[in-house]
Design a protein around this ligand. Structure first.
Ligand code: SAH
Length: 466
């Protein structure tokens, strides 16, 4: 770092500038924001500079600079836009003990003026040591757009409240309070009613709300996000999302549903990590507990129903071990959305009095099941995570005597706009899956055909009456 950034108090200090043209004016515009005593030396000043002198904003001396003119000055700007004159004036100023800046001459300058985002009293200074002026401008434009225009006023009002805000615990509660003020509640209050008084009232109202929030103890809601269609969320799930401070969500939760979370909520994707790996379960457990312990209302959002193949118990046990309170908000599981998609019911009098939820694979690989029972006519099973296990399932079931004409319907992206239904039979299941080249989540409904296709399938008819 060649130039060390500092903010210099210029109130009542002397700042001298030599020059009367555009470069001089550009610097003066900035310097006039300060409370420095400005003196300008120029034999031929621009009319604007004369006007500023007339208005008492600066002292104008209409001649070239001479030795001793920068006495007691803290800063000096050589802005004559003439290399020889700039070298002369800066040498004089340096002899008088001022720090020197030469416009457009970084090498000979003792200090430089950064690009500035001005939200007085908040000032952001951007410097690139002259390496990338374009980048400095881009960063400035970005910050200008991002920082509320009234941030200065909000900060001024906020300053008077610093002591009062200390009633909030240091750390997160206090951070959340100021964040809310500067970026949410403050700008909103000023939109409704601009002015310092209304801002002060809004800030006064904000504190009790945050004190109340702080008094809450952390809680974890295990919420089922349903199969994807946001309209299949429960009212309770919506409310939990509305009130969440932190949402930890899985890969399969659809973006439309994440949109519904409270705007200020912190959204944490625990479904993926760098290089496509999943966040390890013990890390998810630790995250849930850590946030709840800080007092956050945590929503652990899982696709479908949280209690179905969701590793819920491990997370509940982590909460229990940490003494964190928790609740479960049930959701619509993929099996319900999938039968709805094909116009069937999961159970049917005379066909199946029970239904199984199976997983195609578990931690150890392809999962084993009671194949003999499943092979009996009329059996219905919803098979989760069954895409890769399809050939294995097919083999096991047929080996145990299942009819190869038994319908198996594959529903990809159930309830989503890109939902697909693939009708197959046990015999052609793996070929049908290869052909369909699925890339979304898919559920296999074993023993059920789409309602429309049912009559076209003699095997199913027999099964239905048997
Ligand atoms: N808790 C979830 C299941 C999680 S296991 C639930 O109750 O639905 C993940 C498996 O669920 C996926 O491999 C797929 O088999 C199934 N699944 C989840 N969402 C699905 C959807 N929209 N359509 C079809 N299957 C889905």
């Amino acid at each position: 770092m060649q130039h060390f950034p500092i903010f210099v108090a210029l109130a009542g200090r002397r700042v001298v500038l030599s020059g009367g043209g555009e470069a001089a004016l550009a610097k003066l515009r900035l310097l006039l924001k300060t409370e420095a005593h400005l003196t300008v030396f120029s034999p031929a000043p621009a009319p604007e500079i004369r006007d500023l002198a007339k208005a008492g904003r600066l002292r104008l001396v209409e001649r070239a600079m001479a030795p001793g003119d920068a006495t007691c000055a803290v800063l000096f700007y050589a802005a004559d836009e003439d290399a020889v004159e700039d070298a002369r004036t800066s040498a004089l100023a340096r002899a008088d003990g001022a720090l020197v800046n030469i416009v457009d001459n970084l090498g000979d300058s003792q200090f430089i003026t950064p690009a500035i985002v001005d939200r007085d009293p908040v000032t952001v200074a951007i410097g690139t040591e002259g390496a990338a002026p374009v980048l400095a401008r881009a960063i400035k434009a970005d910050l200008e757009a991002r920082l509320p225009a009234q941030l200065g006023l909000l900060a001024r009002v906020g300053k008077g409240f610093r002591k009062m805000a200390e009633r909030l615990a240091p750390g997160r509660p206090r951070r959340d309070f100021w964040r809310d003020w500067y970026f949410e509640s403050g700008p909103r209050a000023l939109e409704r009613d601009p002015g310092e008084d209304s801002a002060a009232r809004a800030l006064q109202d904000l504190l009790p709300r945050h004190l109340a929030r702080e008094a809450r103890i952390g809680h974890v809601a295990f919420v089922g996000a349903g199969p994807g269609d946001p309209e299949l969320l429960t009212l309770k799930a919506r409310r939990a999302l509305d009130e969440a401070d932190v949402v930890l969500y899985d890969r399969l939760v659809s973006p439309e549903i994440l949109e519904l979370a409270r705007r200020e909520a912190r959204m944490i994707d625990v479904g993926k990590e760098a290089f496509g790996r999943h966040t390890p379960q013990h890390e998810i457990d630790a995250l849930i507990v850590a946030h709840a312990r800080e007092g956050a209302q945590v929503v652990r959002l899982k696709s479908g129903d949280a209690t179905v193949f969701g590793r819920l118990d491990e997370e509940i046990e982590a909460c229990e071990a940490a003494g964190v309170s928790w609740t479960i908000v049930p959701g619509i599981t993929a099996a319900s959305a999938s039968v709805a998609a094909i116009g069937q019911s999961l159970t049917r009098r005379g066909r199946n009095a029970s239904v199984r939820f199976l997983t195609g694979h578990d931690m150890a690989g392809f999962a084993d099941h009671d194949w003999a029972a499943l092979s009996r006519p009329g059996e219905v099973a919803a098979i989760y995570m069954g895409k890769r296990a399809a050939r294995f399932l097919q083999g096991r079931l047929m080996m145990h005597g299942a009819d190869r004409a038994t319908p198996v319907t594959v529903i990809e992206n159930a309830s989503r706009t890109d939902q697909r239904v693939i009708g197959a039979t046990l015999g052609d299941l793996s070929d049908a899956l290869t052909e369909a080249a699925l890339d979304g989540p898919a559920l296999l409904l074993y023993g059920l055909a789409p309602r429309d296709a049912a009559t076209a399938m003699p095997a199913l008819k027999t099964q239905e009456v048997s």
